[in-house]
Design a protein around this ligand. Structure first.
Ligand code: NAG
Ligand code: NAG
Length: 357
């Protein structure tokens, strides 16, 4: 009986957290109002106008609990990242430290950035600039649970975030990231969701998978920004690969050490589209289906299926990119399901999670 009540309560909390999100009417409106659909370049067969990156969250390094958590993370950094070769890695963990100069502040010692507080990093490529804005809503110094279930953004911190948002408008796309989902951030005006509304996505962690009750916590703000919570490293060994391909955003949430990893970047998922900022028309002008395949073993074949029918075998372009010519106009109406099947030399077959476009 108690379990049921707790279960219902959690479900209610979850409903409250996700309640104010996505409405399809609002999205249609965004799509109609989006004027920036430039089609000067579109997705062909070359490894150009594309980069990919990794997110990992809630690592919970501990001297006392589960040493495999740390050794597996070491292998992830040394081996998995060597295969994926991401342009950058976002770590959205927050720490239970006594003060910022504490020796337990691993962020200061091990991160590329090393400074605390919100910041703006621009990833520069020959084909465009991409903004990554970190939202630091942690309390200083981090008090013990349960108080740090919520993050806070004060007025002066909000002012700084607004300035970073304005700076990022010069970039092709921007991603915001932080530890806390926006539903657990108490922020001053104009509010955390408003300040990040020009970004394609906000990536965070913190809720883990709510004890298995919510294995997938993805949603969309009214303004169009995707909010993508990632399951924890601590118990569930999750990580995410995301990509920008011709300024279209795609991602896949994965389990550590399960290979091959498959990310379809064109056509991108309809469910995870942000019509307010993505040049979605490019999909209609694209000549090739594009898939990133990361594998420990040599790849035998990469097959593409649409609506259950085999479309053909994708050819290797370069790096992790596989491409297959297609006619997007065939699929202009309605939703379609795409699936990619990869066979590797050690006779393992793996399929991507079917996605709609
Ligand atoms: C990035 O933005 C620049 C300037 O607007 C544009 O020329 C370029 O084509 C964009 N890159 C991509 C991949 O769309
Ligand atoms: C990226 O930003 C730099 C520095 O502001 C600028 O010089 C460059 O033209 C930008 N690149 C693109 C492709 O927009």
């Amino acid at each position: 009986m108690l379990k049921v009540v707790v279960g219902l309560l959690l479900a209610l909390v979850l409903a409250l957290m996700l309640g104010s999100y996505s409405s399809s009417g609002r999205r249609a409106q965004l799509r109609a109002s989006h004027a920036g659909d430039m089609i000067a370049a579109w997705q062909g067969k070359e490894l150009t106008n594309i980069f990919w990156a990794v997110q990992v969250t809630d690592i919970h390094v501990s001297k006392f609990l589960e040493p495999e958590r740390v050794s597996a993370f070491e292998s992830f950094c040394a081996e998995s990242l060597a295969i994926i070769q991401p342009a950058l890695v976002l770590v959205t963990d927050s720490f239970n430290i006594a003060h910022l100069s504490s020796i337990n502040n691993y962020y200061r010692k091990y991160s590329g950035w090393q400074k605390e507080g919100s910041f703006h990093y621009i990833h520069q490529t020959p084909f465009g600039n991409y903004s990554f804005i970190c939202v630091d809503a942690t309390l200083t110094p981090g008090p013990k649970r349960p108080y740090n279930f919520f993050g806070i953004i004060r007025k002066d911190q909000m002012q700084k975030l607004s300035e970073l948002a304005v700076e990022s408008l010069r970039s092709n796309q921007s991603v915001w990231f932080g530890h806390y989902p926006t539903s657990t951030i108490v922020s001053s005006s104009p509010g955390i969701r408003q300040v990040m509304s020009s970004s394609v996505a906000y990536m965070c962690g913190h809720l883990h998978t709510l004890g298995g009750m919510a294995p997938v916590l993805h949603s969309q703000h009214q303004q169009g920004t995707l909010e993508l919570e990632l399951g924890d490293w601590m118990k569930n060994r999750r990580y995410r690969i995301f990509a920008f391909d011709h300024d279209l955003f795609s991602f896949i949430d994965l389990q550590y050490d399960e290979w091959p990893a498959i990310l379809i970047t064109n056509p991108k998922s309809a469910l995870y589209s942000n019509p307010a900022v993505e040049p979605l028309k490019r999909i209609q002008h694209s000549t090739h289906i594009r898939v990133l395949v990361f594998s420990l073993d040599p790849i035998n074949s990469v097959k593409v299926f649409i609506d259950g029918q085999e479309l053909g075998e994708a050819e290797h372009s370069s790096g992790p990119l596989y491409v297959l010519e297609w006619s997007p106009e065939t699929y202009i109406n309605g939703l379609h399901e795409i699936k990619v099947q990869v066979k590797v030399k050690v006779s393992v077959t793996r399929s991507s999670v079917p996605a709609s476009f």
